[in-house]
Design a protein around this ligand. Structure first.
Ligand SMILES: *[C@@H]1O[C@H](CO)[C@@H](O)[C@H](O)[C@H]1NC(C)=O
Ligand SMILES: *[C@@H]1O[C@H](CO)[C@@H](O)[C@H](O)[C@H]1NC(C)=O
Ligand SMILES: *[C@@H]1O[C@H](CO)[C@@H](O)[C@H](O)[C@H]1NC(C)=O
Ligand SMILES: *[C@@H]1O[C@H](CO)[C@@H](O)[C@H](O)[C@H]1NC(C)=O
Length: 344
């Protein structure tokens, strides 16, 4: 016989075990099936720069990404003692090539990503075979890098100031070159172009060094600037275009990747491409024609009404870009053939 009191007791026992079961189920789902992490962009990301590029360091005190670039939850450090807790470790290639720099002797956290960073074209990166199978992401001027860090970019929308080309330019073409190597394509182009037009050349090799603070004002005395890259490589468009020519407000004569690449990356009708001319005499004649006709010359600056450019020079801004890209970066990736990717 079950008394009414016993029945109530059994009922209460059953009820409490059911609610416990339910509670556990809820508890499991909330805490274990969905880890207790805020959504990716909200989470703090720590980025360790293993060595400063070219040995020149900058302050990382405070929240630099937020203070300087309005990028939140992104913390940069150069304190290598934080290796075991860093989400991302960035290695700049020039320092790696000296050897012995990679922390291969340290335990590498499973989810830590290593980034290979270089702003140099393939020819300057030397042999990369020994770096295969180590890096998860790449950071370079190339558009197909995991974190693209171009020297500059084109932005839709005019700048604040109305650009006016000065009417008193006293020279036709200038060129600043620090390392002149006769075997480079650009040297050959220069040697044949100078047979037809005068070119003002600056650089230590020429005994005419140009201090950095006189660079833009010197270049802006001329109508054109030779934005000749040291090698012709995929997407490699350096500060020779973005800073030297565009910031000086002169028309760049470009030698580097294809015309298609320049058209995609630079403002419309903003450059003259060397490969458009079969003979250097034709290029020389064209430059003289453009310089002598104010209307034709001004056409190359119309883009200022619709576009502006932004240049990147600070490594900190480049490193903060990792956080901007972070949510969309591949989660599992290894560059088994970094050499192959770079040469591609
Ligand atoms: C900073 O970023 C936030 C959110 O990303 C944005 O709402 C705000 O307008 C930005 N501030 C400035 C000064 O750009
Ligand atoms: C570097 O990081 C370690 C580990 O977090 C810390 O103990 C040390 O104080 C840091 N050094 C500096 C100079 O911030
Ligand atoms: C051209 O004019 C500007 C403004 O008047 C002046 O600053 C500059 O020195 C001049 N350049 C030359 C080459 O005369
Ligand atoms: C990152 O690369 C290392 C080295 O190849 C690899 O062991 C690790 O699994 C990779 N991590 C991710 C998250 O892909």
């Amino acid at each position: 016989m079950i008394t009414p009191a016993a029945r109530t007791l059994i009922f209460l026992l059953l009820l409490s075990s059911f609610s416990l079961l339910f509670y556990h189920n809820w508890f499991d789902q909330t805490l274990f099936e969905h880890p207790k992490m805020p959504p990716a962009p909200q989470r703090n990301i720590s980025i360790l720069l293993w060595r400063w590029p070219f040995g020149r360091s900058y302050s990382l005190d405070g929240d630099k990404c937020l203070q300087m670039y309005n990028i939140s939850h992104c913390f940069l450090t150069d304190n290598i003692s934080t290796f075991s807790t860093a989400d991302v470790v960035v290695f700049h290639h020039q320092e790696l090539s000296r050897g012995g720099v990679l922390p291969l002797h340290l335990h590498r956290p499973v989810l830590q990503r290593w980034v290979w960073m270089s702003l140099e074209p393939p020819i300057n990166n030397g042999d990369l075979q020994q770096l295969n199978g180590l890096f998860n992401w790449t950071m370079s001027y190339r558009r197909d890098a995991d974190i693209p860090i171009p020297y500059g970019k084109t932005i839709l929308g005019a700048g604040d100031q109305i650009y006016q080309t000065p009417s008193n330019r006293s020279c036709l073409v200038s060129w600043v070159v620090s390392k002149y190597l006769p075997t480079q394509t650009r040297s050959g182009v220069y040697q044949s172009l100078r047979k037809y037009i005068p070119i003002q050349v600056f650089g230590r090799w020429n005994n005419k060094p140009l201090p950095d603070k006189k660079l833009l004002s010197t270049i802006s005395n001329c109508h054109f600037y030779l934005s000749f890259e040291n090698s012709e490589a995929k997407d490699y468009i350096s500060e020779k275009l973005w800073r030297n020519a565009f910031q000086a407000g002169v028309i760049p004569v470009v030698l580097g990747p294809s015309r298609d690449t320049y058209e995609t990356l630079t403002p419309p009708h903003s450059f003259i491409h060397v490969s458009d001319f079969r003979r250097m005499a034709d290029l020389a004649a064209y430059l003289k024609h453009v310089a002598s006709d104010r209307r034709v010359y001004e056409e190359y600056f119309r883009w200022h009404r619709t576009h502006r450019i932004k240049t990147y020079t600070d490594w900190r801004e480049r490193l903060c870009q990792i956080c901007v890209k972070y949510p969309s970066l591949p989660t599992r990736k290894v560059y088994q053939d970094l050499e192959g990717w770079v040469r591609n």
